[in-house]
Structures are given as structure tokens and as C-alpha cells.
Design a protein around this ligand. Structure first.
Ligand code: F3S
Length: 401
């Protein structure tokens, strides 16, 4: 791999130990994956923030790093709401460790808004063709597929290394030839809302890490693409997908027919919803917001909850910036007894571990909750999640304003 004179000096430790370690990680990855050089990045998104997944070893490593990041950099969800951690009964010990992790990242100049939807923030600019080093799998999928930016699915340490250097190794999804569809997926039925998360869950299992191109009978909106990509990244390892006539590269580029073709039918999608019946257990906790809720999703939750009272724990995850931007939605949601929780999510927070059955409206959470939280997961659309939380007989009392 070619290195400039300045990069050679960094690798020799002439710019300090932190940058030496950072470039060593990037050069090692570049050598493994055949990168020709390092390229500048526009931003970094760093996973490995929750104390639940990092533990003391991760905290110690980050605390030892020195210097400042060279590009706008932001964190993935942490293990708790940083301003109201007591609400989900996080232990004081966990909270202390989590705060130390956030402080260590802050010291490096990283923005401590903890979200997996940085593209939804007003001042975190990302556009078509931008090279990035993002690490949360749903954010990677959205950036590559829906925005047309270019990022590999970085690990936490490599995204942090890229942030500190302002560069990443030029391989994988940074290169045109790796962005070409490898398998086409025809979906034989029209889809709405949470069907896209269920479709992603099914498709990810079928395609693994290949780049699929979908031919759909309906036109998905941004939140539906977000759900589709998040689920495929979790049940499989899809970091880039295209949708014919919808996503930017599928619209701009003339992709050849793929040799491999798959068809997905309605009954395969319906099977994901069957999880509710198959669980043989009532959900004790209902969660939405994986990936973090958009403004439209908060609005929908507020409309569905207005005038109702929940009878089960109901957590709605979003970024702190969106929660601040839409106080009216938050007020209506919280009046019902549901909790709007920022900076964290149902998967990376230890709070979910004390429930045995969790209802989700996300294909990604459906894939991850059993392994990461030790709970059964059942899948339903947002309306069903609200019905489950309020009790199925309670009717809406008022209109939404
Ligand atoms: Fe985001 Fe957590 Fe889901 S990081 S994509 S809400 S698992």
C-alpha cells in the first residue's frame, strides 16, 4: 500500500503514539483487503460506545488515546439515556462507566450525540459520492444505498482511527467495482411500512453479504428504506443494496442483469409477523426506534398514542436532536405513559435484559434482541405495537393536532 511521506512519518511514531496506532490499524486493514492508498474521508461514525458491549478493556483503550479527530465525528448509541438514565433503571455503576466512555470520546473532539441515524441531523452533512468511515451497520447501509455515499462497515476501532487521521484505506465499497449488484431480488407483492423491515429480515438471510438489487411493486419512502437496510445488515451482512428506479446509483448507473436471481413472496414476509403467535408468550416490553425514529415516525407514534394510556412498558428511541426539535410529539407520547429515550436503544442498553419477551417493529431488533438481550422477540407494525402497549380494547379518545 502506497503511503505519502507524511503517512510514513506517522507510522514511524513521529506524530505520537495515538496516531501511530491509528495508522497501523488502517494500514493493516488496507493490506488485508488490497487497498492501494489512504483516501480522505468527510466524516466518521463510531460504534462501540455502550459499556454493555465495550466493557472495561474498551474504556481503558479509549481513555489512553490523545489528540483530536480531524473530521466531523459522531457516536453510535450508548448504553443509556445520558440525561435521564434512571428512567430505565440503569445501575449507578453502569452509569458511571458509561459517562467515563463518553468523556473519553469527548476529549478526542468527537460529537457525543449518540445516534445510529446521523444523516437525520440538521448539521451532519453527507451527500452522494462522499467517502466516509461509518461503523453502525444500519447507518452504513443507509449512507451507501439511500444517499449514495461510500463507506465500508468499519469496526469501532477502525472508524475511530479513520476519524483521528481524517482518512481511510481505499478498498471495498469505496471502489466502483464493488458497488455493482450481484443478486437481483424480485418481490412478488406490494409492501407497506413495516413490511420493509420484514422483507429485509428475510432477504438478509438469503443474500448474506452480497450486494442485492430489488425490483419492487411499491415505491418505498426513506424510513422504509432505512428499515429494509437495517434488517438486511442484521440478519445478513448487507452493507449496500439498490432498489430499481429508487436508490441513486440504480437510477444513475446502467447495471447489467445479475446472474443470480431470487424471488420473495408474500408468505415469506408474513412468516415474520407470525412470530407473535409462535412466541407462546405475551410481550412485556414494547419498543420502537431501531434505527432511531425519524420525525415522521415520532409523529406517527404521537398520532397513535394521543388520548391513550399504555399499560405495558413502551420505549421509543430517537436522537436527542430530533426529540428537542419536536417537543409536541414527545409531550403527546409521554402523556400516554410511553417513554421517549435518547442516546441509546433496546439492543445496546442493558435495560432490555430484564424482560423475557419484547415486541419490536424493526427487522434489525427482531434479529438482535434474542442474542444481545436474552429475550424472545416478536414482530409487529407500529399500530400493533401501540395496541399491544395500551391493551387491545382501549380506543383512542381524541384527535391529533
Ligand atoms: Fe440503532 Fe440500536 Fe437498532 S444502534 S439500528 S437502534 S440496534
Amino acid at each position: 500500500m502506497y503511503l505519502t511521506k507524511e503517512e510514513e512519518q506517522i507510522l514511524n511514531g513521529e506524530a505520537g503514539e495515538t496516531l501511530r496506532q491509528a495508522i497501523e490499524i488502517l494500514v493493516a486493514l488496507g493490506d488485508i483487503y488490497g487497498a492501494d492508498r489512504l483516501i480522505p474521508i468527510k466524516s466518521a461514525q463510531i460504534a462501540g460506545v455502550s459499556y454493555k458491549t465495550m466493557g472495561d478493556a474498551g474504556l481503558e483503550w479509549i481513555s489512553d488515546l490523545q489528540g483530536k479527530v480531524k473530521v466531523p465525528s459522531i457516536l453510535n448509541p450508548a448504553g443509556m439515556d445520558l440525561e435521564a438514565w434512571e428512567r430505565l433503571r440503569i445501575s449507578p455503576d453502569f452509569a458511571e462507566k458509561q459517562k467515563s466512555i463518553i468523556q473519553a470520546y469527548k476529549k478526542l473532539g468527537i460529537r457525543c450525540e449518540c445516534t445510529c441515524t446521523p444523516y437525520a441531523l440538521e448539521d451532519f452533512d453527507v451527500g452522494y459520492g462522499d467517502h466516509l468511515a461509518w461503523s453502525e451497520s444500519s447507518a452504513v447501509s443507509y449512507a451507501n444505498s439511500v444517499i449514495g455515499a461510500r463507506t465500508n462497515r468499519e469496526g469501532g476501532p477502525s472508524a475511530l482511527s479513520a476519524a483521528l487521521l481524517g482518512k481511510t484505506a481505499n478498498y471495498g465499497f469505496h471502489l466502483d467495482e464493488n458497488r455493482v449488484p450481484e443478486v437481483s431480488i424480485d418481490v412478488e407483492c406490494s409492501l407497506q411500512k413495516s413490511d420493509y423491515g420484514a422483507l429485509g429480515y428475510v432477504a438478509g438471510k438469503l443474500v448474506g453479504s452480497k450486494v442485492p438489487i430489488f425490483r419492487l411493486k411499491s415505491i418505498p419512502e426513506a424510513d422504509e428504506l432505512k428499515a429494509l437496510g437495517a434488517a438486511m445488515a442484521a440478519s445478513g451482512a448487507v452493507a449496500l443494496y439498490h432498489v430499481n428506479g429508487v436508490t441513486p446509483e440504480a437510477c444513475k448507473l446502467d447495471f447489467a442483469e445479475t446472474a443470480e436471481k431470487i424471488t420473495i413472496e408474500r408468505n415469506q414476509i408474513d412468516e415474520v409477523y407470525e412470530s407473535r403467535r409462535k412466541a407462546g408468550e405475551e410481550p412485556e416490553l414494547i419498543t420502537i426506534g431501531c434505527p432511531h425514529c425519524s420525525a415522521a415516525e415520532l409523529k406517527m407514534a404521537a398520532e397513535l398514542l394521543e388520548g391513550k394510556t399504555v399499560s405495558k412498558e413502551f420505549w421509543i428511541f430517537t436522537s436527542r436532536e430530533l426529540a428537542k426539535r419536536y417537543p409536541e410529539y414527545i409531550r403527546i407520547i409521554e402523556k400516554s405513559g410511553a417513554k421517549v429515550v435518547c442516546d441509546t436503544c433496546m439492543v445496546v442498553s442493558p435495560a432490555t435484559n430484564s424482560y423475557s419477551c419484547v415486541m419490536v417493529n424493526s427487522g434489525k431488533a427482531f434479529a438482535y434482541v434474542p442474542g444481545m438481550c436474552g429475550a424472545k422477540a416478536v414482530y409487529g407494525d407500529m399500530e400493533t405495537c401501540v395496541e399491544e402497549a395500551v391493551g387491545r380494547t382501549q380506543k383512542k379518545a381524541g384527535g391529533f393536532h
